[in-house]
Write a protein that binds this ligand. Sequence first.
Ligand code: NIG
Ligand code: FE
Length: 415
Amino acid sequence: MSKLITNIESLVTCSADHALYKTGAEMQNIGEINKGAILFGEQIEWVGTADEAVQMMKSASYTPEEIIDASGKTVFPGFVDSHTHIVFAGNRSGEFARRLRGVSYQEIAAEGGGILTTVKGTRAASIEELADTGRGLALSAMKHGTTSIEIKSGYGLTLKSELNQLRAIKMLKEELPLHISSTFLGAHDFPPEYKNKHSKYVDIVCNEMIPAVAAEDLAEYCDVFIDKGYYTLDEGRKILETGIKYGLKPRVHCDELADTNSSALAAELGAASADHLLFVSDSSIEAMKKAGTVATMMPGTAYFIRMPYAPARKIIDSGAIAALATDCNPGSSFTENMQLVLSLAVINMKMTAEEALNASTLNGAYALGLSDKRGSLEVGKQADFVVANVSSYTDLFYHFGINHVEETWIGGIKI
Ligand code: NIG
Ligand code: FE
């Protein structure tokens, strides 16, 4: 039986007429319907105005199982957070406090802290403990409007611990209502044991970890942190190409701390996305656009580690596919709140509200290969939507820093 949600003051569909993503000027179109209505079961069955809904029910002599009145509310597609690291153990608030006193993210990393602090905690944790952290953050993300999420490994950096992280993600997939995509990020940093033996560790990632991840079918994607002080372009290429051989599509941490041409490499390898892009060059933007590699921006990271923001205007105006995500992780962007990410995107990256909504729903879904089923409110797609306690989508941005989400619906069920 179907439910009808109606009298929606501002229904933001992000409809693309069943296209899988939006670019350039199309990003301004969010397919808003004033006084809208949606008929849905697990999937969306019908979308229109409240008046049309009355007509439709009359002519078909049809009464839905439940009619939900959304007067004064805004409804929009659930956020698709296409880049997170929410399965880990430990707490880095001490390092954060040092950063507030002026020590940089890179200085802490150079001392053996940063990612490696979380590696220590993660190696010592059980699969259940890792899943506990992920579950807490995923539930909170849902309360803030996220209905699909990507989660990476990358805090184990041993075969056993990377597999445990991915097994924890698998547990969450089976247990939680939101859609979860999983990514193997064994090349997130070099483990302390291989500090001076980088090529040995790259061999372990390629010859031991990737085959084991594929054999247990634990990930859809393979990621590498290609950046200054982390993996080189050659190391990244080797790992990503091995991943491709084992059926893991690349999605890559690129140009976060410096311009390393890593987004151009991501484009060359046909990556699903190149993520971060704080220092991306014009030629790499062009390469991503040509390849159809999604340019994923995470302004929470620039904010949290006080770095320049990714050049969103250049990226969108170039015609490349732009997405927004949290990068939720314990070091460089500790937030699971997509509403905050949208707020940072419009104020600090000069995106419009409409661009931010499309980038965090339809285009995020495209980055995860989900946009045929998710990311917009169109007939046939999953009924993944958010009811917000504001009468216009503009208010989501105007009244900032609070949680506007009243209800999150996933697959037609209120969670
Ligand atoms: O996406 N860039 C690499 N990895 C994370 C940071 C992880 C951490 O500090 O724990 C990021 O920013
Ligand atoms: Fe990241």
